[in-house]
Design a binder for this molecule. Structure first.
Ligand code: HEM
Length: 398
């Protein structure tokens, strides 16, 4: 990737001194009795962060758009976003306190970059995971904390595995459900979802709860760019998870709550992901295709084989969603949040709404994905049962 000297200098700073400053501040905060408070101590480090960042940003703003291509501009937006998120984390900006971001030069540059790239003007999850260029084995991070490395290592693995699952499913579309290769593609999808499960299990076991909650999560909060507040990044900001939802037919693009979620996340995804998701929203799901074919084809060997594998894939997708909600969200967000004083409780999510609003919404998503028997949301529980009923017991051998 080609960078101008100013962009390179900023990138060097983000990879080095910026990480030192954040790491030192995290140690100071973590050593306090109330880890949720930003103490007076550390002010010199915070001012260094603010001033050094501002020097880099001002040079880049003066340089203007030098058209180094999408990758370079997107990478610069990520660096800028990391700087703005760190300022937010250390209380140098606070969307609740001011109507406009105090980081005016950074906001101007971020808005220019975001609008020209067709993405949100803040850092997104891909900046920290799938599009985070490593140098000599190290990708960009806020701190040198082990918990942060573990969190982003496994977020990256989980996202890549979900993308593998989505890639396999999408390939079914041009072939039709009765094509013999569909069996292979459904097996590939299920295997990729098992990889998600394994990666989530490893994350669950390896991540330090307190370090994550107090020292990593705060970098993912919402912040202002210019006058608007942009919600924080979460590992779900890629198209693959929703491609799986829609292609399996477990979630539907005409369900207002679900499509609202898609509308809200479009600009948090790379343009190529936006395109893929838009395309999926127009497609017919495998579930609908199988239900339509059932009256005529239920006895055919291809139908029996496809339905068995399709149900297996749905089961795996439901399990990864359950694992995310009942294990990861519960252990690393919900339980530690209960120890916070009441006035700090509203401030723990990446998207902004308080946990009491976010958790039921995440629960509804989980239940759509596992086709749970619920009448208040359009789960496909009945349709999956209908398909299951078409399965014939395997022929007895011998
Ligand atoms: C410690 C680990 C994790 C925690 C505590 C966690 C927590 C959360 C929370 C709280 C949200 C809601 C966004 C918000 O804060 O407003 C969310 C969204 C999401 N996360 Fe995670 N997450 C973790 C890891 C992962 C991993 C490894 C994946 C796999 C790729 C993942 C996939 C998603 C998805 C897809 C969403 C968007 C909502 C959805 O479609 O379900 N998360 N996560």
């Amino acid at each position: 990737m080609h960078m101008t000297p100013n962009a390179r200098a900023f990138d060097d700073w983000i990879r080095d001194r910026f990480v030192d400053i954040n790491s030192e501040l995290e140690e100071l905060y973590f050593a306090q009795a109330d880890r949720n408070v930003i103490p007076a101590e550390g002010e010199a480090l915070r001012q260094e962060l603010l001033e050094s960042g501002h020097v880099h940003v001002s040079r880049l703003l003066a340089e203007g758009n030098t058209d180094e291509g999408f990758e370079a501009a997107f990478d610069l937006l990520g660096n800028l976003g990391m700087f703005m998120a760190a300022c937010r984390r250390h209380g140098l900006s606070d969307p609740a306190q001011a109507q406009n971001s105090p980081l005016q030069a950074a906001s101007a540059l971020a808005l220019h970059l975001g609008a020209s790239l067709g993405v949100t003007p803040r850092f997104a999850t891909s900046h920290l995971t799938t599009h985070n260029p490593a140098r000599d084995g190290i990708y960009k991070r806020f701190t040198r904390l082990e918990a942060e490395r573990v969190f982003f290592d496994y977020n990256t693995r989980g996202i890549l595995a979900y993308k593998r699952a989505a890639d396999a499913l999408v390939r079914i579309l041009p072939m039709g459900i009765s094509h013999p290769a569909v069996l292979q593609l459904l097996d590939d999808t299920a295997a990729a979802l098992v990889d998600v499960q394994r990666s989530n299990e490893a994350l669950f076991a390896a991540l330090d709860v307190d370090r994550f909650f107090y020292c990593v999560r705060p970098y993912l909060k919402p912040y202002r760019v210019g006058p608007h507040v942009y919600r924080g990044a979460n590992a779900g900001d890629f198209a693959g998870i929703n491609e799986i939802d829609l292609l399996l037919g477990l979630c539907r693009a005409d369900h207002p709550e679900y499509s609202q979620l898609l509308v809200d996340k479009f600009l948090y995804m790379l343009p190529e992901d936006q395109q893929r998701l838009r395309d999926c929203m127009r497609r017919r799901s495998l579930l609908d295709a199988l239900l339509d074919a059932a009256p005529e084809a239920a006895d055919r060997p291809w139908f029996q084989a496809v339905v068995a594998r399709y149900l297996e894939v749905c089961a795996r997708h439901g399990e990864t969603a359950t694992q995310h909600h009942d294990q990861l969200v519960r252990r690393f967000i919900e339980l530690p949040a209960q120890t916070l004083p009441e006035d700090a409780q509203g401030d723990v999510t990446a998207s902004g709404p308080p946990l009491s609003v976010l958790l039921p919404a995440l629960e509804r998503l989980r239940d759509l994905r596992r086709a749970a028997p619920r009448d208040d949301i359009p789960t496909r529980h009945r349709e999956l049962a209908q398909l299951r009923a078409t399965l014939q017991p395997p022929a007895q051998v011998g």
